[in-house]
Design a protein around this ligand. Structure first.
Ligand SMILES: NC(=O)c1ccc[n+]([C@@H]2O[C@H](COP(=O)([O-])OP(=O)(O)OC[C@H]3O[C@@H](n4cnc5c(N)ncnc54)[C@H](O)[C@@H]3O)[C@@H](O)[C@H]2O)c1
Length: 461
């Protein structure tokens, strides 16, 4: 065999897998057909976060006069914004220093497109390579809906290729991606229509979180149409405007927009991988794995978006490391997915960790839930960011934290702090005694924990 471990894909999962495998002494290679870093750095989280900062800046500039700062009406320079995003991506890639790290660990980088030719052999643009174990970290791609005129829509990764900021945008899909894009375009001044087949946006979040984000969108004039019957098609008019037609809650609807963005799902990048030559099975657009991240072929592991389990960078890194340890040392390790904090940079932000209220009530209807509104805490009042709440879900004895969910400024950082407490096994009474610096957003955690200890309920918002 040429290598002990061959990692296919150099995104967060692949880099974590290769690093861990090499640290454990395995002869390791990584195959990548494009830039190192994967979707997250190059066209996903990093660009989105720069755009989210832009949206925040724009909002702040608009309110600057309230604080006695005289500014002129701001306007967006789309080309400058795109330059800024691209420069930031390059800076993040530099900081990550993938090349140097790979050199230090003696990881071989194989540039090209990988495709299995047998269970242990892969062809990389025609060049054969063999490995004892293969870790597939091939990620996913946005789904293009099979509807008439689909070619007129852009995918989230192509948003930066729009020649100018559209005056209006229709976004199909209100998952994390669609919700974040809705915030960005709304903040920059585009008229936004957000459509989803599901009865609510952000379906994986706590119900109150998705309601609050929806209310926030609608209060700023974003059209949110959920529970739609489907998108019928997109037509391009002679003047370049697009017409999108859908079966809305109130019957057939249409809108004339400058751009349509499809954020309607994220299947794994499995086509062209030659999985049949290795006997690797797929299901519902992903490669299913067991608890040890093994596909149905025991020496082929799958980490990150490609296994369809949890399509988050923070999960991908854990999975990459775990798959590498299992490939090199034997399959004994699993990943603790229940403690993955996640969230999105909408306006207001949202985030969560652990069980949602609905999941907890399904297990025990008597579980306790407390909610503290942002408007009752000093820092959000000082910053004029009173919209939002922190919800703490505990067991019925109010001892164990089962989950935490927040909407509001810095919600992701707030939830991260609760996640650290949960990971350390902190009980509610201990959390209630933690001293939080004043005046901070995270002090809301102390309020919630004390409220839980006092026995107050969700009704006393
Ligand atoms: N901040 C974050 O953590 C973040 C950001 C972006 C993406 N992600 C992850 O990446 C993955 C992909 O995210 P995503 O938002 O692109 O996809 P998604 O699958 O999470 O959401 C897609 C949404 O599109 C809707 N939809 C599907 N078909 C539709 C149709 N024909 N018409 C209207 N609506 C339709 C679905 O109901 C769903 O709400 C997810 O797992 C997500 O968790 C995370």
């Amino acid at each position: 065999m040429d290598f002990d471990v061959l990692v296919i894909g150099a995104g967060p999962a692949g880099m974590a897998a290769a690093t861990r495998a090499a640290e454990l002494g395995a002869r390791t290679a990584v195959v990548e057909r494009a830039r190192l870093g994967g979707t997250c750095v190059n066209s996903g989280c990093v660009p989105t976060r720069v755009l989210a900062k832009t949206a925040r800046l724009y909002r702040e500039v608009r309110t600057a006069r309230d604080y006695g700062i005289v500014v002129h009406e701001p306007a967006v320079d789309w080309q400058q914004l795109i330059r800024r995003v691209r420069t930031t991506v390059d800076r993040v890639l530099d900081a990550k220093g993938y090349g140097e790290a790979m050199q230090q660990l003696d990881i071989t980088l194989l540039k090209g497109e990988a495709s299995f030719t047998s269970p242990h052999e892969v062809s990389i643009d025609g060049r054969p390579v063999s490995a004892a174990s293969v870790i597939l970290c091939v990620g996913g791609s946005a789904r293009r809906l099979p509807i008439p005129g689909t070619e007129h829509a852009v995918l989230p990764s192509d948003v930066l290729d729009l020649p100018e900021l559209p005056d209006s945008v229709a976004i199909i899909g209100g998952g994390h991606t669609g919700a974040q894009l809705a915030t960005i375009f709304d903040a920059l001044g585009s008229r936004v229509t957000l459509l989803d087949l599901a009865p609510r946006i952000l379906t994986t979040e706590d119900h109150d979180v998705s309601t609050a984000v929806t209310d926030g969108f609608r209060s700023r004039g974003v059209t949110v149409d959920v529970g739609i019957g489907g998108v019928d098609g997109i037509k391009k008019h002679d003047d370049g405007a697009l017409e999108i037609r859908w079966q809305g809650t109130g019957g057939a609807q249409s809108a004339r927009v400058g751009a349509v963005i499809m954020a309607a799902g994220w299947p794994a990048n499995i086509s062209g991988l030659g999985l049949e030559a290795a006997g690797v099975a797929t299901a519902r657009g992903a490669i299913p794995v067991d608890n040890y991240l093994r596909s149905n072929v025991p020496h082929v592991f799958v980490a990150g978006d490609a296994n369809g389990t949890s399509m988050l960078v923070q999960a991908a890194v854990f999975e990459g490391e775990t798959a590498a340890e299992n490939a090199v040392l034997g399959a004994h390790r699993t990943t603790p997915h229940h403690l993955l904090p996640e969230g999105g940079f909408t306006d207001p932000d949202y985030a969560g960790v652990g069980l949602t209220e609905a999941m907890a009530r399904e297990r025990d209807a008597q579980c306790a839930v407390v909610v503290v509104p942002y408007g009752s805490v000093e820092r959000p009042i000082i910053d004029d960011r009173e919209q939002g709440f922190l919800k703490l879900v505990t067991d019925r004895h109010r001892e164990l934290i089962l989950g935490a969910h927040a909407v509001g400024e810095n919600a992701v950082e707030v939830i991260q702090a609760v996640a650290s407490a949960m990971a350390a096994g902190t009980d509610v009474a201990t959390l209630a005694r933690v001293k939080f610096a004043y005046p901070t957003y995270s002090s809301i955690i102390g309020h919630a924990a004390r409220k839980a200890v006092r026995g107050a309920g969700k009704d006393s918002w």
